[in-house]
Design a protein around this ligand. Structure first.
Ligand code: ARG
Length: 453
């Protein structure tokens, strides 16, 4: 049974049916479809379209259907074109002809948009919890990192010493923006399209505000034409997912690099690494490589939906049926990646000596310039003098911290015997104490802010 047979003389071609059906995708919104239908039954009952008896019978039937879905006992029929058809077909089996009254004033156009938004309102908090899990693992690592220092990089070249904790927390903050973006999105998802009909609105006395409240929406759509076609919320969600993908990929890339023998800053736990079928010695960071790889897929899901939306005229077009698969896939991807990353980071072994040994005195060249600034030398000049010191050390094949004082003073008399204290990387770290810097206190403050204490 389709919901639209009346004006057709033959049934739909089998292959066209397969192309047209959306059940394999939209059955994931079964519970939301039933909830939407229950609220709709209530609204049209109040509008006088359903008698008390019909309303009671439809409500009871929908409760049964919800139980069937929840317990996995719902049987789909080959004729179910989509989840909406499946629910109505089953309702007819359960209560008879009264089921045919439920669709009064409603179209699958406003129905599907409502189901989809409901599904997202329920799913976003789940995704946020998964982000929280990863953020917690990162904060735990930052707290245990204490005073461990590591080289900080720009252009992937050694730049300045930083606290390992500061590095961990840098990833916390990007994920925090991802979480905030998801929270911000809820406002735009939480707008009820139901009561827009196919495109022009509903001809019965429906209290859409009450309907929105019953379904947990914060607001109702103000224009029926816009309401049945608006998929901004899906595109925005995919942007959130893609942006998170970029953040997770950046983290993953650094872990891949830092677990290589060349860096050796971290070692993955066996539970979160994989082997090679050929090379017995290999311990591969597949989990992080997959994260990096799936970020590409997440970007594709966003651009795919935007491209679908771009050519559409106003109101509902069947192209819009392509909206759900990418949102479901993005959700599944994030829910697959995030807990695994949390586990992998929680169990990673840090190698503080490797990190410390990778800090060479040239990384304190900026501190050398700052030393001169503190002696009154203008920064531009100080920068040039510190650069000369780096060159002189290189030419003399001596490290900056071992270069004799005379060599420094030949460059500038502003260099004095206390210059050597500059080469303590912890001092360099501790000097960067303004909000957002890498000092121990600044990192403590970040953690305080994160924990809200
Ligand atoms: N399966 C459709 C979708 O996901 C439901 C809406 C169908 N509307 C219609 N007029 N055929 O978009």
């Amino acid at each position: 049974m389709t919901l639209w047979g009346g004006r057709f003389s033959t049934k739909l071609n089998d292959q066209a049916w397969d192309l047209n059906t959306s059940l394999p995708v939209d059955k994931r919104m079964a519970l939301q479809d039933v909830d939407g239908s229950r609220a709709w039954a209530d609204a049209i009952h109040k509008a006088g379209i359903l008698s008390d008896k019909e309303y009671a019978s439809i409500s009871l039937g929908l409760v049964t259907i919800k139980e069937e879905f929840s317990s996995g006992r719902f049987n789909f029929a080959p004729s179910d074109e989509d989840i909406h058809t499946a629910v109505e077909r089953r309702l007819t089996e359960l209560i008879g002809d009264a089921a045919g009254k439920l669709h009064a004033g409603r179209s699958r156009n406003d129905q599907v948009a409502t189901d989809f938004r409901l599904w997202m309102l329920q799913t976003i908090p789940e995704v946020v919890s998964a982000f929280r899990l990863l953020q917690n693992a990162i904060v735990e690592q930052a707290e245990t990192a204490g005073k461990i220092i590591m080289p900080g990089y720009t252009h992937l070249q050694r730049a300045q010493p930083i606290l390992l904790a500061h590095w961990w927390l840098s990833h916390y903050w990007s994920l925090q923006r991802d979480v905030e973006r998801l929270h911000d999105l809820i406002k735009r998802v939480s707008v009820l399209p139901l009561g827009s009909g196919a495109l022009a609105g509903v001809p019965f006395e429906i209290d859409r505000v009450a309907l929105a409240q019953a379904l947990g929406f914060a607001d109702v759509s103000q224009n029926s034409l816009d309401a049945v076609s608006d998929r901004d919320f899906a595109a925005e969600y995919l942007f959130c997912a893609a942006m998170s993908g970029v953040h997770l990929s950046k983290l993953a890339e650094q872990i891949v690099l830092c677990t290589s023998a060349e860096f050796g800053f971290f070692e993955l736990s066996d539970a979160f690494s994989t082997g090679s079928s050929l090379m017995p010695q290999k311990k591969n960071p597949d989990v992080f490589e997959l994260t990096r790889g799936k970020a590409g897929t997440l970007l594709g899901l966003l651009t795919g939906l935007l491209a679908t939306l771009k050519g559409l005229p106003s109101t509902y077009d069947k192209d819009l049926q392509e909206d759900k698969a990418p949102v479901f896939q993005a959700t599944d991807t994030l829910l697959a990646i995030l807990p695994v990353l949390a586990g992998a980071l929680r169990t990673i072994t840090v190698k503080p000596e490797k990190m410390r040994n990778a800090i060479d005195p040239t990384m304190m060249a900026t501190d050398l310039a700052d030393y001169l600034v503190n002696k009154g030398v203008p920064f531009r000049e100080a920068h040039a003098l510190a650069g000369k010191a780096v060159r002189a050390a290189g030419e003399g094949k001596v490290s900056l911290e071992k270069m004799p004082l005379e060599a420094y003073q030949a460059i500038s008399p502003a260099f004095e015997a206390d210059v050597y204290q500059v080469f303590d990387p912890m001092k360099s770290v501790e000097k960067r104490d303004a909000i957002g810097g890498t000092s121990l206190q600044s990192v403590k403050n970040q953690i305080k802010k994160i924990k809200g204490v």
